[in-house]
Design a binder for this molecule. Sequence first.
Ligand SMILES: [Zn+2]
Length: 138
Amino acid sequence: MSDTEAMRAPGPPEADVESAWWWESLQRDGFLLPRCRSCKAFSFPPMPACPRCGGSRFDRVAASGRGRLYSWVVVHMALHPAFQAETPYTIVAVDLDEGVRIFGRLREGGTPTDGASVRAVTYDANGVTLLGFELEKA
Ligand SMILES: [Zn+2]
């Protein structure tokens, strides 16, 4: 790998047959979550079967985007050279109001605290729409 290749941002997330719709809808429609048609449970990431009941049919429902911080990590050493200029940045684990735990980058809002309220935001990273979170103002 040349230095130029090493500095180029990694490509877009690799979507599989189960998650392709989610990435497409994130850019087009916003943040959707799969909800099982049998037991009505939300799940993430998109999977072929419901982790709760095994059902295989899902609705795609607009997520509230609201949740609470479960945990976070502040990244000081970039895992890819393209991210070096962005350090330090914070990756958060969020328990959404829908009962789903999801990960993303903390975009705004200051210092994270245990259980803090957050809301989901979408943002552009080199032409790819990604999901991140902002701390709610108290
Ligand atoms: Zn189910």
